[in-house]
Design a protein around this ligand. Structure first.
Ligand code: CU
Length: 402
């Protein structure tokens, strides 16, 4: 088994971006560490102030509104591609929705064929993290735990929330810590969340799987452009993950012994902006074969596609998006009849489709290089009766008549 070649930080040096740069220099000898050699301490977390690690922490104290008059519910998280139990149309007024994310740093196989693997940084053990579903006006009350066994500091930035770097500034937790953040869901739509510890750690964590999505439904449910209700029978929650897995001199993926051991190599690989993999739900084949998504003719699926880092362009081969909220905002009327839709990196979008034919549909990133060669393919297996009016084979392939 090949192992990390050079920079082998100890546990403490990996905890924060700042500590990382500091440790490299304190150890002396910047030259002894590829990281230190390349990156002086004073540039580690500078640049865009919004990307710096920060503890912009307004004291809550008595200022936190008393929400004891609101009903509280616990939302049980489920692993992708599934969605938690929820109502499409809200019953009653706003609620406080309690959710819990337990951070887990774990070795995950990305592609069995090549032994590609990653020490994934996850919320609740999955890539992407679980889908949260609430309604506009609800409060999300997240408890985030980082176990003592972790290598890294983590936090969470909810694009659906307002203030303090999406909550990122209020949720930094070291191994052995937990925190609880409450935010009000004021914007209906689908939104990404992700870890953002600061500096280079931000893309490092996001590109190691630490991201997911929240859906904030309008209280009255989804509507088309004329205000007519749109409903779904099931949700397919798909997180597209770009990985930048380092290779050795022989072109083999390097195997690392622990989370963080790839740090230096991974930053080098990421800097080229060319992913080694772009996969759905964490790994090649996570949504194909036995893991394919299932549906039936006449059923309507809401496909939620999240990409926290990189642009993508979902396409359902053999089908369409009947309605699509490309930017993820349910405030706007959905577009209709798309063949391929666009998900900008750092966002989640939603597309609604009613299956009209049985068979296998490939759901892909329609950069087909990424679909076929980097892993961005899922399958829907749809049961039902074939509609020969929509398509029929009049003459099966045979030799040309002469
Ligand atoms: Cu993290």
């Amino acid at each position: 088994m090949k192992t990390s070649r050079d920079f082998r930080p100890d546990r403490r040096t990996l905890l924060t971006g700042t500590a990382l740069a500091g440790a490299a220099l304190v150890g002396g000898a910047a030259a002894a560490s590829p990281l230190g050699a390349r990156r002086p301490i004073h540039t580690m977390n500078t640049g865009d102030p919004l990307l710096r690690r920060t503890r912009a922490t307004p004291e809550a104290g008595d200022a936190a509104p008393d929400l004891s008059h609101l009903p509280r519910v616990k939302q049980e998280m489920v692993a992708p591609p599934f969605a938690p139990v929820h109502d499409q149309v809200a019953e009653g007024g706003p609620r406080v929705v309690e959710v819990r994310f337990d951070i887990e740093e774990k070795l995950m196989v990305v592609d069995e064929d090549t032994d590609a693997a990653v020490w994934a940084l996850t919320y609740n053990g999955s890539v992407p993290g679980p889908l949260i579903v609430v309604h506009e006006g609800d409060y999300v009350e997240l408890t985030l735990t980082n176990p003592e066994s972790s290598i890294f500091e983590h936090n969470i930035d909810f694009h659906a929330s307002t203030g303090a770097l999406g909550g990122g500034g209020l949720t930094h937790i070291m191994p052995g810590e937990q925190t609880t953040l409450r935010w009000k869901a004021t914007k209906p739509g689908t939104f990404v969340y992700h870890c953002a510890p600061g500096g280079d750690m931000i893309p490092y964590h996001v590109c190691h799987g630490m991201n997911g999505a929240v859906m904030v439904l309008p209280r009255g449910g989804l509507k088309d452009g004329d205000g007519n209700p749109l409903t779904y029978d099931e949700i397919a929650y798909i997180g597209e993950q770009d990985y930048y897995l380092p290779k050795d001199e022989d072109g083999e993926f390097i195997q690392y012994e622990a989370a963080g051991d790839d740090y230096s190599d991974a930053l080098d690989a990421m800097r080229g902006l060319v992913p080694s993999h772009s996969v759905f739900n964490g790994a090649v084949g996570a949504l194909t074969g036995e893991n394919a998504l299932k549906s039936e003719v006449g059923r309507t699926v809401l496909m939620i596609h999240a990409q926290a880092n990189r642009d993508t362009r979902p396409h359902l081969i053999g089908g369409h998006a009947d309605h699509v909220w490309e930017g993820g905002s349910f405030t706007d009327a959905p577009a209709t009849g798309f063949e391929t839709w666009f998900i900008r990196g750092g966002s989640a979008g939603a597309a609604l489709y009613t299956f009209r034919q049985p068979g296998v549909y490939a759901y892909v990133n329609h950069n087909l290089i990424e679909a076929a060669m980097l892993g961005a393919t899922a399958h829907f297996v749809v049961e039902g009766t074939w509609d020969h009016d929509l398509m029929t084979q009049l003459d099966a392939p045979r030799d040309i008549e002469t």
